[in-house]
Design a protein around this ligand. Structure first.
Ligand code: ASP
Ligand code: MG
Length: 436
């Protein structure tokens, strides 16, 4: 088959009518065979989450949120269509999708949260691609719109489903390849898939990058591009640090490390399938498509080789001490990890001494009280909340000073390997040690 490209546009790239026009003009500027993966528009997923949560907790329909959701999408439709009749048709289409989602919600047991969540949250992507497809049709941009549920097949672990790769390859062969031989552009949704029974599943928040990587892998794409509102991968979040620079060439392994430590620019599961087939991943700016952006490939070294800063706020440090002053040994550690894994806690940093074991993880107040309750049966437990974890890959001598104002922050734990330095810090203005 002809060379094929996968391009992913996130919520921020389609959050207004002019943003949608911009996406389509990027596509029109280069003719090639491509699968275009799009997320829900703007903050739609958050708004759907509020609808789902109210139904789950109180069995109430969030009328206000539904009205806002509809008004937001109508606003985009109004900005896209000049022809009144087409605009009306597209609004009716949006209305029918929203009505369908409401009708569906009323049939789902509110207690079945994960199932409810996936069935409904996926409507954000459905509305988004439906509007974009209608707009493409109105400007005679040839394309085919296909549902991701017909392509990406998953297990039934709702809200965090695992991809069934063989089945997915099979359905792509059946449902996507024939379309690709007929159309240069196929448009689909990110984030969603379906079980073999046809129930909608999702791949986890921000999962559209991963959807695009799954498609790129199964289609043996020539490359995949993620279009963002930034110039590419930067060595730090420009909102946190003033002197940032673009990472031009990033080895797959480095990108995986960066996303593991919390660099939020790419969904962590995205890289592996691309690496397996050496498919390059480009991260480019939809505001400035001519810029080169970043290339994540099987290159050997990061270029330029500069310190990379990753900040994670709202960290909890939990320190655990055997009550009988016995030493911390393997059996204690395995009990502790058993408790953490029961609550799905991902450990971001850990440190042990003879008499204590400390773990740092994303603050999760509900889980924390239950974890403490369980651990207190055998241990004394202390914790601090609201900490900040700073990870510096390829650190240099002055890297910590660049990242942390020592007047303001106390360093609670500092760990170094040859490449990575991690610091867990506490804001001196809000010290909040709690002893339980
Ligand atoms: N719309 C989904 C979310 O906001 C998926 C994505 O954007 O990647 O999490
Ligand atoms: Mg999104």
């Amino acid at each position: 088959m002809e060379e094929l490209f996968v391009e992913k546009f996130g919520g921020a790239s389609v959050n207004t009518a002019s943003a949608v026009r911009n996406v389509v003009s990027i596509l029109k500027s280069e003719s090639k065979k491509r699968v275009v993966v799009v997320s829900a528009m703007g903050k739609t997923t958050n708004s759907l989450e509020r609808i789902i949560n109210l139904w789950h907790k109180e069995r109430l329909v969030n009328e206000k949120e539904y009205d806002d959701l509809l008004a937001y999408h109508y606003g985009i439709v109004e900005g896209l269509f000049e022809d009144e009749a087409l605009m009306k048709d597209c609004k009716e289409l949006v209305q029918s999708i929203v009505d369908e989602s409401l009708a569906k919600m009323l049939t789902i047991n509110p207690n079945d949260y994960d199932f409810l969540y996936d069935s409904l949250v996926s409507y954000g992507e459905r509305i988004s691609t439906s509007i974009i497809s209608a707009y493409m049709t109105s400007i005679h941009y040839p394309h085919k719109h296909v549902f991701a549920q017909d392509l990406i097949k998953t297990d039934n672990c709702f809200r965090n489903s695992k991809v069934l790769w063989n089945r997915t390859e099979e359905s792509i062969k059946q449902n996507l390849n024939p379309l690709l031989s007929e159309f240069d552009t196929v448009l689909t949704q990110g984030f969603i898939g379906a079980t073999k029974e046809g129930y909608t599943t999702t791949l986890g928040r921000e999962g559209s990058d991963f959807s695009a990587a799954i498609l790129a892998y199964c289609l043996n794409a020539k490359s995949m591009t993620i279009w963002k509102d930034v110039a590419g991968l930067m060595n730090a979040d420009p909102k946190r640090m003033s002197d940032t620079c673009l990472l031009e060439q990033v080895p797959y392994k480095e990108a995986m490390e960066l996303s593991y430590y919390g660099a939020s620019i790419i969904h962590p599961k995205t890289i592996k399938p691309l690496e397996n087939k050496s498919i390059p991943l480009f991260v480019k700016s939809f505001n400035d498509p001519k810029l080169k952006g970043s290339a994540i490939t099987d290159c050997d070294i990061l270029t330029p080789i500069v310190p990379n800063y990753i900040f994670k706020d709202n960290q909890t440090l939990l320190s655990i001490y055997p009550k009988d002053f016995s030493f911390i040994a393997e059996d204690n550690i395995s009990t502790i990890f058993g408790v953490l894994s029961k609550f799905g806690i991902k450990v971001n940093m850990m440190q042990n001494s003879a008499l204590s074991f400390s773990v740092c993880f994303d603050q999760n107040d509900n889980a924390l009280s239950e974890i403490i309750e369980l651990l207190q049966q055998s241990y004394a437990v202390k914790y601090n909340n609201s900490l900040k974890l700073v990870t510096i890959r390829h650190y240099q001598e002055n890297s910590i000073e660049n990242a942390i104002d020592k007047e303001r922050y106390n360093i609670l734990i500092e760990q170094k390997s040859r490449i990575t330095l991690q610091c867990l810090v506490e804001d001196k203005t809000y010290p909040c040690e709690q002893i339980s």
